[in-house]
Write a protein that binds this ligand. Structure first.
Ligand code: HEC
Ligand code: HEC
Length: 346
C-alpha cells in the first residue's frame, strides 16, 4: 500500500468508517428521514367500527375459504388470494366462477385493510364493503342476490354456532353484513412485519447497505411522494402516466379509464389508487392489468412515467433491494387451513 493510500484509508476511517454503533455516519439521518415518511406496521388494523374478537376473526378465516357461497361452488376468497402466494394469484387478471374473466389484477389482501379505499380505482370503501360486494360480483362469486348467499349459509348447519358466537345477542346472526364484518375482521389481522419495520423501529442494521441506498433513492427521486405512510402507498390516488400515456410503456392491450369510472370527472381519467408496496416482490405480475411481469421493469416504468426519469441499472438494483426488504413475515395462523363446517345431513 502506498503512503498516500494509507493516508486516504485513515482519512476514510475517521470520516466515513464505522462509528460507535457500527454504522456509518449518515445512517442516523436516513433513519430519521425514513421515519418522517413511513411508519412501522401496527399489530392489527382494527377499527372502532369493527372491533376484533377471536370468535369473529375465526369465523372470518373460515368464510375466506368457503366455496359453497359461490354460484358454481368453486370460488372462495382464497382462490384469488392464496396465502402461499402472499395473497395474490399470480395471474395477469383473475378468473372467477365459470371461468369469468376479471378486468383487473388481484392485489394482495395482506396489509390491505389500512388503505383509504379498496380496489385499484377505489370503488369499495373498506374491506368489509369489498367482501360484501364480492359475493354478488358477476366475475367473482356470481351469486344472484344477498338473500341467496344468506340461504346457502343458513343451510350449512355448522355455521349457526359460529355466527352466534361471533355476533352474540343477535336474533338473526347469519347475514351477509355479518359475513362481511367477520371476513373484514380476519383481514384486519393480516399484517406482515418486515426488515423495513425493524429498521423504522430503530434497528439500523435491519437493512443492509444496498437496501439503505435503495431507501435513500426511493425518497430522493420522489417515489415516496406517492408511496409513503405505514403501507408504502394506499393513501392517495394518482394518475398513472403523469405526462405520457402509461400503455406506451406497459404495452397494455387496452387503456383502463381508471377512477373516471367512479367519479365521471375528467381529471380522474387514468387515475388509480397508489398501491401499497409491502410484499410487492412476491406479488407479480404488476400494475392494475398485470401487464408487466418483472419488478425491475415495473420500477423502471414508474420512474419514467411518474417522474420523467431514466434511472440507471445501479439505482434500479438498489430500489429493488429496498422493495425486497418490504417482504414481511406471514401471520402464522393464516398459513394453516381452517376446518370448514360440515353441511347439514338432512
Ligand atoms: C375471482 C378472483 C377473486 C375472488 C374470488 C376474490 N377476489 Fe379479491 N380481488 C380480486 C381482484 C381482481 C381484485 C381487484 C379488483 C379491482 O380493483 O377492480 C381484488 C381486490 C380485492 C381487495 C382490494 C385490495 C386492494 O389493495 O385494493 C380485497 C381487500 C379483496 N380483493 C379481498 C377479497 C375477499 C375478502 C374475497 C372473498 C369475499 C375476495 N377478495 C374474493 C380477485 C378476487
Ligand atoms: C405520482 C405518483 C407516483 C410516483 C411518483 C410513483 N408511483 Fe408507483 N404507482 C403509482 C400508481 C398510481 C400506481 C398504480 C398504477 C396502475 O394503475 O397499475 C403505481 C404502481 C407501482 C408499482 C406496481 C405495484 C403493483 O402491485 O402492481 C410499483 C412497483 C411502483 N409503483 C413503484 C414505484 C417506484 C419504485 C417509484 C419511484 C421510481 C414510484 N412507484 C413512483 C403512483 C406513483
Amino acid at each position: 500500500m502506498k503512503a498516500t493510500s494509507v493516508v486516504l484509508a485513515c482519512f476514510w476511517l475517521v470520516t466515513c468508517g464505522p462509528g460507535n454503533n457500527g454504522q456509518s455516519p449518515g445512517t442516523q439521518d436516513l433513519g430519521a428521514r425514513a421515519r418522517g415518511e413511513f411508519s412501522p406496521l401496527p399489530a392489527t388494523i382494527a377499527t372502532e367500527a369493527n372491533p376484533l374478537t377471536q370468535a369473529k376473526t375465526r369465523l372470518g378465516k373460515i368464510l375466506f375459504y368457503e366455496t359453497r357461497i359461490s354460484v358454481d361452488g368453486t370460488v372462495s376468497c382464497a382462490r384469488c388470494h392464496p396465502f402461499s402466494m402472499y395473497a395474490a394469484d399470480g395471474l395477469k387478471t383473475s378468473v372467477g366462477n365459470r371461468c369469468s374473466p376479471n378486468a383487473r389484477n388481484a392485489p394482495t389482501v395482506l396489509n390491505a385493510a389500512g388503505q383509504i379505499a379498496q380496489h385499484w380505482i377505489g370503488n369499495r370503501t373498506d374491506v368489509e364493503d369489498q367482501a360484501k360486494q364480492s359475493v354478488t360480483g358477476a366475475a367473482s362469486f356470481g351469486m344472484p342476490s344477498i338473500t341467496a348467499v344468506e340461504d346457502r349459509l343458513s343451510q350449512i348447519e355448522g355455521y349457526r354456532p359460529l355466527f352466534a358466537a361471533a355476533f352474540p345477542g343477535e336474533s338473526e346472526p347469519i347475514t351477509v353484513a355479518h359475513m362481511a364484518e367477520a371476513i373484514g375482521a380476519f383481514e384486519r389481522t393480516l399484517v406482515t412485519p418486515s426488515p423495513f419495520d425493524a429498521y423504522l423501529s430503530g434497528n439500523e442494521s435491519a437493512l443492509g447497505e444496498k437496501e439503505r441506498k435503495g431507501l435513500a433513492a426511493f425518497m430522493d427521486i420522489g417515489c415516496a411522494s406517492c408511496h409513503s405512510g405505514t403501507y408504502v402507498g394506499g393513501e392517495t390516488f394518482d394518475k398513472f402516466g403523469i405526462d405520457v400515456p402509461y400503455w406506451e410503456f406497459t404495452k397494455s392491450e387496452k387503456p383502463d379509464e381508471g377512477r373516471f369510472a367512479v367519479t365521471k370527472k375528467e381529471e380522474d381519467r387514468y387515475v388509480f389508487k397508489v398501491p401499497i408496496l409491502r410484499n410487492v416482490a412476491r406479488t407479480p405480475p404488476y400494475f392494475h392489468d398485470g401487464s408487466v411481469e418483472s419488478l425491475e421493469t415495473a420500477v423502471w416504468i414508474m420512474a419514467k412515467v411518474q417522474l420523467g426519469l431514466d434511472i440507471s441499472p445501479d439505482q434500479r438494483g438498489h430500489i429493488l433491494a429496498f422493495l425486497e426488504a418490504l417482504t414481511g413475515k406471514l401471520p402464522e395462523d393464516a398459513l394453516k387451513l381452517p376446518e370448514l363446517p360440515a353441511a347439514d345431513r338432512r
